[in-house]
Design a protein around this ligand. Structure first.
Ligand code: UD1
Length: 323
């Protein structure tokens, strides 16, 4: 795919997914304008991008409509990755989660409408399904979010559809399923794979919330980037599309797999109380993504984890017995 001549905005550009997407778009020749309020994002994630003359970066917040109006002049595509991303933090601060996610998307869409941006691609979340029992999750299923975070993403999805139907902006909503990979933060509010990789590096035990029978469809970030690129040429605007690996794993199996890959088999796996707002099972039906976008995930969980471990060992110059 050749993107030279395209002006593309990435929000959350200094974050985990946004920075990987920024690098990919620059590789393909696009002019990329990144914004991030640097609340969760880190400038260091953009160290390569900042050397590229096709990249501009602004420390700014998606809640600042006037800033967005200036920024979106002559822009072709917006990838909206900026978000309040933590389920447990949303349980503690529902109003902040709503403010960032819902007011954020309204601003993005309003500015896009006023500046005639053709295409908006949005990072939604499998958390909108909540704890409905049917698996795998299909896009047209009932959605019953069980966290403020899930509610906020559901509201964003509805706005994406309305802005297509009412104002004609070509919107594509990608419902991500547990994305992991290089640059994901290792903090208590980060994704479990990043937390456990940090534990493994520091020779700490891995902690599972609950009995570990809950499952997730962990998706390697490279596959998510591919989905975003495909979404630029989506000929079914207004749609919501699951993006997952399409193969779930329990938390118990994940912990054992991560320990095995690292070679640190003496580490213990412990259990503690379940986490409030946690859904039990999450598994994507990706047939719509295959049909509409031609999406075909390339990384099994084991392959993705190995790639992530390799990246980490090179970056931090440490030896992990990847097996
Ligand atoms: C994650 C994302 C969210 C995204 C959603 C769907 C993060 C922080 N959250 O939510 O933005 O929308 O996927 O794509 O990336 N767990 C443990 N031990 C730990 C940490 C977590 O057992 O130390 C368990 C949790 O209880 C949960 C599972 O691991 O059952 C996954 O948790 P987490 O990685 O936080 O992801 P989600 O809550 O699914």
């Amino acid at each position: 795919m050749e993107l030279s001549g395209k002006r593309i905005v990435v929000t959350g550009a200094a974050g985990f997914i946004g920075s990987n997407l920024t690098d990919k778009l620059l590789e393909l020749g696009a002019n990329v304008i990144g914004i991030d309020n640097l609340f969760n994002g880190r400038r260091s994630n953009l160290s390569n991008a900042l050397k590229n003359t096709n990249f501009e970066f602004y420390k700014a917040d998606v809640r600042d409509l006037n800033f967005l109006l200036d920024l979106f002049e002559d822009v072709n595509v917006i990838f909206h990755e900026a978000a309040f991303t933590s389920v447990p933090q949303s349980v503690m601060m529902p109003e902040n989660c709503n403010d960032v996610n819902v007011n954020g998307i309204i601003n993005i869409l309003n500015a896009a409408r006023k500046k005639d941006v053709e295409n908006v691609v949005f990072a939604s979340s499998s958390s909108v399904y909540g704890d409905t029992p049917t698996l795998p999750k299909k896009e047209n299923m009932r959605r019953l979010p069980i966290s403020p975070y899930g509610v906020s993403k559901l509201a964003c999805e509805a706005y994406m559809q309305v802005y297509y139907h009412v104002y004609g902006i070509k919107t594509t909503t990608l419902r991500y399923f547990n994305v992991y990979g290089p640059r994901q933060r290792d903090s208590p509010y980060s994704g479990v794979i990043a937390i456990w990789l940090g534990n493994i590096i520091r020779d700490e035990d891995l902690v599972i919330f609950g009995d570990g029978k809950q499952s997730r469809d962990f998706t390697y970030v490279e596959d998510v980037l591919e989905a975003n690129l495909l979404a630029m040429n989506n000929t079914y605007p207004g749609e919501i599309i699951n993006i997952g690996a399409g193969s779930p794993i329990t938390l118990n199996d994940l912990a054992h797999l991560m320990v095995k890959i690292s070679g640190k088999t003496t580490l213990n796996i412990k259990h503690t109380d379940p986490r409030p707002g946690d859904i039990v099972h999450s598994f994507a039906d990706i047939s719509k993504a295959r049909d509409i976008l031609g999406f075909n995930p390339q990384y099994s969980q084991e392959q993705g984890l190995k790639e992530y471990f390799k990246w980490y060992s090179i970056k931090h110059n440490i030896t992990l017995g990847i097996s």
